[in-house]
Design a binder for this molecule. Structure first.
Ligand code: ADP
Ligand code: ASP
Ligand code: MG
Length: 403
């Protein structure tokens, strides 16, 4: 079998843990498999590098950020390969570039355009264990790029797809995918299987256990994806096609996203085309707009509120400023003390009343809902951040997910 194993930050968090990972990789190799390993930076390392940059600048150049941030993964890849070699294994550490990962130019959230697997394949043929630095690629100018926070998951899935691996294992600090973040709700239940679509929804709505683009790619390339713990041998969760799931529960999980900010625009000129201009410019600036609310116009002006990830706030402000300067928007304000809680489930497609339960659960707990959005398989609510955990636990209770 060809197995891709990805180890997240906590799993390589110190030197003993890197040794632990080396032992696990060695065991997989001893069992007769070809192994390609993808590693994250040691836990906390990427955040530390971001803070170093912010010491000098509030808005550091993205290309320099990528040079900086990609270094964390190179440290772990090299150390793991050194540990494996010391154990007598033939291994080789490589950067994203050497692994053939080519991305677009969008620094700090680049998209993978293609992977040339030739180098990896020739090493595999020689029987080598490959250790790839996750989270990074190279653009057409030869500059190093990174794939967005949590992006080592994407590296692993994309490599598994390019190499047509039999299995892609994501090793992390929990034993699988749970009905909600087990650190918030200890009663959360581990799922044996979950469909790509539900996992994609959970990940996109804040469940950081898998990066959302990695799930999207796993679905597209039909990668056999398993999430499990690097600290135990417990079986993990299989992320798979909907048809492989026996029973579809009404609700499969609750997601929480604390990294959302609300932007309120007041005195927006009420004329045809204004919304399209604002949101087009935001899209060009790669700002990820989620929920949007526009109020009824009074005296030819209206108010528009929308949410964006906190990390896109600076870019969004820059766009809004251009409209304030030309007088099309009177003023703006920002609130990042909000969060988004979401209820996700494929079974919702055919059942009414799921959203109503979510709203009444908030009401019973005296939590005010600021914004709502729904789709076929989710209900999302923006609430004050201070109610985040209460909301998650009471929704988990309301849908009886512990059963
Ligand atoms: P890694 O460093 O291995 O990539 P992450 O910190 O990115 O790990 O993701 C693992 C974390 O995701 C867990 O520690 C857990 O707190 C969180 N998490 C959020 N939602 C879920 C969920 N539904 N199931 C499991 N873990 C979840
Ligand atoms: N080290 C990067 C991050 O912290 C990528 C990853 O861990 O997946 O976001
Ligand atoms: Mg992660």
């Amino acid at each position: 079998m060809l197995v891709v194993q990805k180890f997240g930050g906590t799993s390589v968090g110190d030197l003993d843990r890197i040794q632990n990972v080396a032992n696990r990789v060695a065991k997989t190799k001893d069992e007769g498999n070809d192994v390609v390993v993808v590693v994250s930076a040691m836990s906390g390392e990427t955040n530390k590098l971001v803070e170093y940059a912010e010491h000098f600048s509030k808005n550091p150049a993205r290309a320099e950020m990528d040079m900086l941030l990609s270094s964390g993964e190179r440290v772990t890849a090299s150390l793991l390969s050194i540990a494996l070699q010391e154990m007598g294994y033939d291994s080789v550490a490589m950067t994203g570039r050497k692994a053939g990962i080519r991305t677009n130019k969008l620094h700090t959230k680049a998209r993978i355009e293609d992977i040339n697997p030739d180098t990896m394949q020739s090493y595999i043929k020689e029987g080598k264990i490959i250790v790839v630095a996750g989270f990074q690629g190279v653009n057409e100018n030869g500059d190093v790029t990174t794939l967005g926070r949590g992006g080592s998951d994407l590296s692993a899935v994309a490599i598994a797809g390019a190499l047509k691996a039999d299995l892609c294992e994501i090793y992390t600090d929990v034993t699988g995918i749970y009905t909600t973040d087990p650190r918030i709700e200890p009663k959360a239940k581990k799922l044996e299987r979950i469909s790509y679509d539900e996992m994609l929804e959970l990940a996109s709505l804040g469940a950081k256990v898998l990066q959302n683009r990695s799930v999207e790619m796993a679905k597209k390339l039909n990668v056999n994806l398993v999430t499990r713990s690097s600290f135990s041998d417990e079986e993990g969760t299989l992320i798979t096609k909907e048809e492989n799931i026996m029973e579809e529960p009404l609700v499969s999980g609750i997601a929480l996203d604390r990294n959302q900010a609300r932007i309120s625009l007041a005195g927006v000129k009420d004329r045809p085309g204004i919304a399209s201009e604002i949101f087009n410019k935001l899209a060009v600036a790669e700002v990820n707009v989620d929920m949007i609310i526009q109020n009824k116009a009074v005296d030819d002006t209206t108010n528009i509120d929308f949410t964006v990830p906190v990390s896109d706030l600076n870019d969004a402000k820059a766009v809004v400023d251009t409209f304030i300067e030309n007088g099309e928007i009177k003023s703006d304000s920002y609130n990042d003390d909000i969060c988004k809680v979401s209820v996700v489930g494929i079974g919702m497609k055919s059942h009414a009343g799921v959203a109503a339960t979510a709203f009444s659960t908030m009401a019973q707990n005296n939590i005010n809902i600021n914004m709502i959005s729904t789709s076929e398989i989710k209900v999302s609510m923006v609430i004050d951040e201070k109610y985040a955990e209460l909301a998650v636990r009471s929704l988990h209770d309301a849908y009886e997910l512990e059963k």
